[in-house]
Design a protein around this ligand. Structure first.
Ligand code: ADP
Ligand code: 5GP
Length: 189
């Protein structure tokens, strides 16, 4: 395998998606894994780009076939990382899983070389502002997402790296440095 597997976690609205998508758009040697989910697509989301949108029956069939590196339920919907996609991609490139804390720790259990990176907000106020300004969730969904915040941030010490997403470009550069340094370490082995 040529690439690294990285799991990038952090509270909803912290900027994981923005950081990962920008980095992936700049580097041909890094791709983002596309998860499967049973939640409905948000406006603008495309099947096979943001997620593979599956019915609950399809999802559970793939669970039974052991097709997920890890999977979990959030906010009443299933989300999972397809093993086949990750294995294929790692032959040529590094793969980023944008995934919650429980998923990341399960991915590490299944794949111990997985590098865990937590994205933290500069403050709670700024996190709320970002979550609200995204305009993609109802007030109830926002409250749900904020209620998980304390738990997610309390898991920081299980992570290999913590990046504070204050300034976007600085946070992206930090993630790139982690990937470059880890890739160099692997080349030495
Ligand atoms: P997540 O994927 O963690 O749920 P998003 O990437 O959707 O979060 O980001 C949530 C909102 O915050 C978006 O509107 C995004 O443009 C904005 N955002 C991300 N990073 C920053 C930053 N460093 N400074 C200000 N706004 C940011
Ligand atoms: P959203 O509905 O906002 O896209 O994602 C909701 C939550 O599901 C986020 O915390 C996100 O990180 C998590 N998630 C996305 N894909 C996966 C996955 O493949 N596995 C797990 N365990 N969680 C995921």
């Amino acid at each position: 395998m040529k690439g690294l597997l990285l799991a990038v976690s952090g509270p909803s609205g912290v900027g994981k998606g923005t950081i990962v998508k920008t980095l992936v758009s700049r580097r041909a040697d890094v791709v983002e894994s596309i998860s499967c989910t049973t939640r409905a697509p948000r406006e603008g989301e495309v099947h096979g780009r943001e997620y593979y949108f599956l019915t609950k029956e399809e999802f559970l069939r793939r669970v039974a076939e052991d097709d997920f590196l890890e999977y979990d339920e959030h906010f009443g919907n299933y989300y999972g990382t397809p093993k086949s996609f990750v294995r294929e991609m790692l032959k040529e490139r590094s793969v980023i899983l944008e995934i919650d804390v429980v998923g990341a720790l399960n991915a590490k259990k299944a794949f111990p070389e997985c590098v865990l990176v937590m994205i933290a907000p500069p403050s709670l106020e700024e996190l709320k502002r970002r979550l609200t300004s995204r305009n993609s969730e109802t007030d109830e969904e926002i409250e749900n997402r904020l209620s998980r915040l304390e738990y997610e941030l309390s898991q920081q010490d299980k992570y290999d790296y913590v990046i504070v997403n204050d300034y976007l470009e600085r946070a992206i550069a930090e993630l790139e440095k982690i990937i470059d340094n880890k890739q160099k370490e692997c080349e030495k082995i």
